[in-house]
Design a protein around this ligand. Structure first.
Ligand SMILES: [Zn+2]
Length: 263
């Protein structure tokens, strides 16, 4: 990832932020346009709009406003966020591989710089601030976006950023296994998985930070195939429990995908 500094002289308040609580993600909502084209739009428009970074369709990154300064992108959150605009090929808002790769790398490096954790609120969507359909690929369909109802695109992105930082669950690799084991986020209901660690952290819900207990090594089953927040899946001990209601009675708990091995 190469970052080119092409600082704006217009739509730039030249205000240093006193705090940085999150990185805010956006889509440009203008399919097929480049990072340079969007940067030039900010420089020339009479609308008060700008961003700290724009990531283009070939993975190019333009810094429009230094990341310690305020940009006009995320409404009431401008004073405490670094804003990132991302280009996309079409109206689905899906990011291509080159853009996505730079997104993961840039956000991971900014999280490190500002001491933010992507899985603990350190990376947010414009949608989280105002409810706007932005970035569309990370907003659920019921809100006008292109993500699943449980926002699998968004959670995968956050997990990928965490993994890139070496903080994510992907950083923990089992002894003796290949370092290249790729995390999967496409587990299906009823699928058998092996928990390979002697003790696997078990969470009571998708966002708890302290484990409710530990599961012993062994074979478990994916309860419903929904990838929850923080890359967690609900697991259960018997195949016939999968999908069975009430969930509270049949789910053993939430486990992060980095603990799974295929059986
Ligand atoms: Zn936005």
């Amino acid at each position: 990832m190469t970052i080119t500094n092409q600082y704006l002289t217009h739509n730039r308040p030249y205000t240093k932020r006193s705090r940085t609580d999150a990185i805010a993600m956006h889509w440009v909502a203008n399919p097929g346009t480049s990072a340079a084209a969007n940067r030039n739009y900010f420089q020339n428009t009479s609308t008060e709009v700008s961003a700290n970074y724009i990531i283009g369709l070939v993975g190019e990154v333009i810094c429009c406003i230094p990341d310690n300064e305020v940009s006009w992108c995320t409404n009431q959150a401008n004073g405490y966020t670094v804003s990132i605009e991302c280009c996309h090929p079409d109206w689905t808002g899906r990011f291509n591989d080159a853009t996505y790769k730079s997104m993961v790398e840039l956000i991971a490096s900014l999280c490190k710089k500002y001491g933010l954790h992507p899985l603990k609120g350190g990376v947010i969507r414009h949608f989280d601030v105002t409810g706007k359909n932005c970035p569309k690929w990370f907003v659920p369909k019921s809100k006008g976006g292109s993500d699943t109802e449980d926002t699998q695109h968004w959670h995968k992105f956050l997990a990928d950023v965490a993994a890139q930082m070496g903080q994510g669950t992907a950083a923990t690799k089992p002894s003796g296994s290949a370092a290249t084991t790729k995390l999967r986020y496409d587990w299906k209901q009823g699928q058998r998985v092996q928990l390979y660690k002697e003790k696997t952290q078990l969470f009571a819900n998708e966002s708890a930070t302290t484990p409710a207990g530990y599961l012993p090594k062994g074979t478990y089953y994916i309860y419903d195939g929904k990838c929850c927040r923080n890359g967690r899946y609900r697991v259960t001990t018997k195949a016939e429990y999968c999908g069975k209601m009430p969930a509270g009675k049949y789910v053993t708990g939430y486990v992060s995908v980095d603990n799974f091995r295929e059986v």
